[in-house]
Design a protein. Structure first.
Length: 129
């Protein structure tokens, strides 16, 4: 499994993924995709077999819903003002734990942190079966 971290999240997550044994993980910027449209990032992630990790849930959920086959999408949703590097790292650690080293074929792992810091984890098929 390998991860592609979207540019709305820190490159530190890609470094963390590599440290955790996912050596082929990358950040969008490292692949020359800084500023690229979401559909271009989706195409790269799907074509190259990356699990995409993003904070841009709405756009990527729509794009991944059009894909016949992908190795997974991880999305973080946070109440306004909560996202920090520390929270990104905690959410990514939680995602790694939830995935358990297994590619999540046509699955979305959505982790939401509400204003009261309550965490909700959802796992669902996309596109729906």
């Amino acid at each position: 499994m390998k991860f592609l971290i979207d540019e709305c999240l820190s490159p530190e997550l890609a470094k963390l993924a590599r440290e955790c044994g996912y050596a082929e993980s990358n950040h969008v910027r490292w692949l020359g995709l800084a500023g690229a449209k979401d559909h271009a990032v989706t195409r790269r992630a799907v074509d190259d077999g990356y699990v995409l990790v993003t904070h841009n849930t709405a756009d990527f959920r729509g794009l991944y819903g059009r894909e016949e086959l992908h190795v997974g999408l991880v999305t973080f949703n946070t109440a306004p003002g909560l996202m920090s590097l520390d929270l990104q790292i905690r959410l990514f650690d939680l995602a790694l734990s939830e995935l358990g080293g297994e590619e999540a074929w046509n699955q979305v792992l959505e982790i939401t942190v509400a204003a009261d810091r309550t965490v909700t984890i959802e796992n669902f098929d996309l596109p729906p079966r």
